[in-house]
Design a protein around this ligand. Sequence first.
Ligand code: MIC
Ligand code: SF4
Length: 638
Amino acid sequence: MAYTAAQKIINAHKVDETPDEIGLRIDQTLTQDATGTMAYLEFEAIGIDAVRTELSVSYVDHNTLQTGFENADDHRFLKDIAAKYGIYFSRPGNGICHQVHLERFGIPGKTLLGSDSHTPTGGGIGMLAIGAGGLDVAAAMAGMPFYIPKPKILGIKLSGSLSPWVSAKDIILEVLRRLTVKGGVGRIIEYTGEGVKSLSVPERATITNMGAELGATSSIFPSDEITRAFLVAQKRGEKWMELKADDNASYDELIEIDLSNLEPMAACPHSPDRVEKISALKGKKVDQALIGSCTNSSLKDMLTVAAVLKGKTVHPDVSLGIAPGSKQVLTMLAETGALTDIIAAGTRILESACGPCIGMGQSPRTKGVSLRTFNRNFKGRSGTEDAEIYLVSPEVAAASAIAGVLTDPRDLGIYPEIKIPAVFSVDDSMIIPPPADRNIEITRGPNIKPFPKRGAMEDSVELEVLLKLEDNITTDDIMPAGSKILPLRSNIEKISKYVFSGIDSNFSERAIAAGAGCVLARNNYGQGSSREHAAIAPMYLGIKAVLAITFARIHRANLINFGILPVTIDESSYHSIRSGDKIQISGILGALDGTGRIKIDNTSSGNSIAGKLTVSEREAALLKKGGLLNYIKSVAGD
Ligand code: MIC
Ligand code: SF4
């Protein structure tokens, strides 16, 4: 048999297989602080005394604004938990989880599960890296397999090489243009072809990172000589292994991209797949440019930006902010002198953290136009509801920041030669390894509250349809982030007040008044982030089901993990239900026992429609118990 690189990792890690799912052994896990506090509270509740993975790392990168005590309390809790359970702790200031993990921990051929949807960044180094909800990561830390629906492998064959001023961001924007935000669902995307050789590991990681925006389970590049050089530069050469698709491996689907034909592009407001060529957008006035995030914050990105800025001043109408992805990147910018050029140009230097990418500061002005090298431009995510966010390459962001208008960097003339040092500056002093003595007292600030629980699944429920929504509802729509809400991630009661607050500021009160409710949506419900708060907080508000035509993978898994029924309906049923209707869902336990069919009686209109609970046997078992944690405890005989 001939296998692709992803299939080889799957074969080496498969510990269970059912007709619809594969159970994988997880070698490494990562968490970040915004999802990590819940994940570790859940891990504690599982009740084992140390992680059972080869490596688990807890990063602090999202909530670093510290406008009140909450964030700092979370950091302390995470540090203590890490020490107690055998987890490495990457301190605030050390950088964005995905960038640091690539630099310091990623190993080709291994599996990585992270409580962040951009975990597939690790695919740039040849890992099978998957994003999941915190509870799934907690279970993996406890040594349990992680289940994925049997994936299709979508091959993307790259030929040719990029023209000057066209970069990795433009490759993934081209993929998004072709496939849309739903195009990767149920797929692992594997990059092949001669063009792969022209891309460095951080460039590959930019591409695998934004596979999350395609809805893909993961994205992966082979591990080759370029991967080896990256690991050698990180003084981890011994971790390298070759990983590539067999010559005659076959892909379920294959698309081809000739890199030589690509041009600089942008994803226009408000979706990562609304891609246009810069040549068609140029001249638009720009208010802000931000360079950083787990997508584009590598040394190469920053050195390129420094070269564009050198000797120039940021346009008077533009605010330019830069957040190097890690302490390593920032240190090397300082060592090479590039930081001086960046500062001299009038750039605002931001912390090595997620920052504005998750709405923690730097919100644009009213109706402002902001160019960002990030991966998501959902409406309102920047903190300014009516801002227009364009996702662009670092080259486009820097060129436009100087010019004051959207600029095609090819108009700048000769592409600067960027020299990447053969050996990187390695200093892991901001990563605290687990101590030998695990007798640690855990400090819990007053904002850290135990997570709410749910009882076993009911056979029939009466629900009010609290919202009727459209396609592609994001987890930012369900559970917004930003500087006001993010500090409440450890406090479900408080954060639940903001569920759907961008769509209906009274949603949480209405849900509580209804006692039990559901929401109705069309396709790709729950796309975007892995935040399980988009399931836990609705559960807390009494949401028992989501009725949708299709669901996004991670959010669907989170709903199941917290005992919310992901009910699939067809287009005509969607149209037959109105917001405010009262419905009765019956036959739930029978559906979970194998029929998959449930009856939905609309008591407001008198209609009856058929719904489906298309779940695997394992998922049915979890739902019957009212969620994954209840299930784990029941299996452990608790
Ligand atoms: C995001 O980019 O939306 C986040 C913040 O990193 C999330 C995780 C979270 O909500 O904490 C993600 O992508 O999973
Ligand atoms: Fe952080 Fe933004 Fe990356 Fe999410 S997408 S991990 S918020 S940098």
